[in-house]
Design a protein around this ligand. Sequence first.
Ligand code: WTA
Length: 651
Amino acid sequence: MSPETPLDNLSHENRSFAPDPAFARDAVAKESLYAEAGEDRLAFWAAQARELLTWEKDFTETLDWSNPPFARWFGDGRLNAAYNALDRHVEAGNGDRVAIHFEGEPGDTRTYTYAQLTEEVKKAANAFTALGVAAGDRVAVYLPMIPEAVITMLACARIGAAHSVVFGGFSADALRSRIDDAEAKLVVTADGTWRRGKPSALKTAVDAALTDGRSTVENVVVVKRNGEPVEWTEGRDTWWSDTVETASAEHTAEAFEAEQPLYILYTSGTTGRPKGILHTTGGYLTQAAFTHRNVFDLRPETDVYWCTADIGWVTGHSYVVYGPLVNGATQVIYEGTPDTPHQGRWWELVQKYGVTILYTAPTAIRTMMKWGEDIPGEYDLSSLRVLGSVGEPINPEAWMWYRRVIGKDRCPVVDTWWQTETGAIMISPLPGVTAAKPGSAQVPLPGITADVVDETGAPVGDGGAGYLVIREPWPSMLRNIWGDPDRFVDTYWSRFEGMYFAGDGARKDDDGDVWLLGRVDDVMNVSGHRLSTAEIESSLVGHPAVAEAAVVGAADETTGQAVIAFVILRGSAANEDPDAMGETLRQHVGKDIGAIAKPRKVLVVPELPKTRSGKIMRRLLKDVAEGREVGDATTLADSTVMNQIAAGFAK
Ligand code: WTA
């Protein structure tokens, strides 16, 4: 394991953009936050928790770290997440404020005020309760980006059930394994959605996931979205329109303890089995709200915020659902792809709704760069005032394009580093405070103690490179891996004594600013989506034609990384046309895990590069996949293997 530097040009980047004085003067975030948090970190977070959230019962203990790495934040406080995201805004007289401007891919629109959204969530809470869901239960959510997704998540939170959202692009098998691991009682899905104008089914995957009748799932609630015909299992399936829409809109939110599980979200790790990351209520909401407000300079009365992430990912949890709604923000939710029906769709939406804060991923920015600046140039983007980036390292070129073409050199760009596990933003410039450097996430937020250490855990200091770690517990940290505390300890807390190890390599420049360098483990990042090499390898060897497989993430201009697989075929499959086999295997992975995991290329090889002890040397395969001279291969058992593979790849 060694930090790699996929973004070599970073070390030459020395531009910096000081905050605009007018912006700085009125900025929500104040420089003094750093000093305040530095003086007393726990007092700082306690103050944020009290300022940003409404507690039914105040807490007396901020952090219990007596049994590390199992943290309890605000342990004896009680609150309800949905009440904080909804009812209290209505009670404060802001019921008429728009919570959601929804835009469907086909162009249908719906608007929900805070009062209306509260009513819908109350109905859903009553409906789920009537279906037997109680506090502590788990609910699987397999929905497109439609308001019902937000309503479902908040309804679960309201009744103390944990949601487990599974990205709609994942396959039936992936859905099943997540349902089983969480032992979900209810699944909320839709008949389908649209992808680039074409209907795309969801309910069929739920049916396929539940075919054997041995699942823990008792009910499936189905939102009618695209009107495609669906199979129906009587006694199990019910329509949202029959169950939720007819339910009573009277519901009083009960407060739960701060450590009540709020959700499980599965993410890829270094082994084949996804990890159920567990987040709880009080600490998570505190940091989601704090970061959403300060990193985006949020003014809930006037801003129109848009985060383009899907609720299937953590960004959709913290920065579509919890952060913005707890802060009482007005936001845009868009169901479809950026190029449907045309490549200006996003900018058309920015113009239409007067979006002021945009939060998206580098892969999207690079795609838009490829499409050309004439396209955003056709729209009025003058409402924008803050731009955010998340999900993968942003190369300085993309950062500069984002600032110049979308932000007209006016809007601060914030590159935000965090993970499913961290729950909320951890490292980011603060707009109006930090002089921003293109391609750097720069500074740990107030109250966060991030550092870069070497192999032995010693700080590398300014100018050094190594591993990104977090030294002290933070409010929105993951609390556990669902059902697997040993794996939790082992995965995150055992590499460096007493520190959380994030899995990322990083560098500190001479000013002490942090530059993220990508994963140092076997996790790939494709279009900002986390995929594990082991998970895809295990899918490949699950195919009868495959004897062995090795997967690497190769640098890709648009998607950050692309999945490249090398396979050895078994038996008679070895006589098949290798190109056709490659294609069959690509489709197999797509069906097995989901379209996002489909390798860009599956290369049939006679042998894989292995050390004498039998370990596959992925580093060498990566050299081939990235078109580099193959590195040191002297430890290979058979040194001719790499020549054959490189020749095959070049063909
Ligand atoms: C990467 C997404 C560089 C990183 C919120 C991390 C980033 C993984 C950045 C987590 C960034 C996220 N700069 N790399 N600003 N943001 N990453 O769990 O490798 O889907 O470990 O959470 O994405 O991905 P996840």
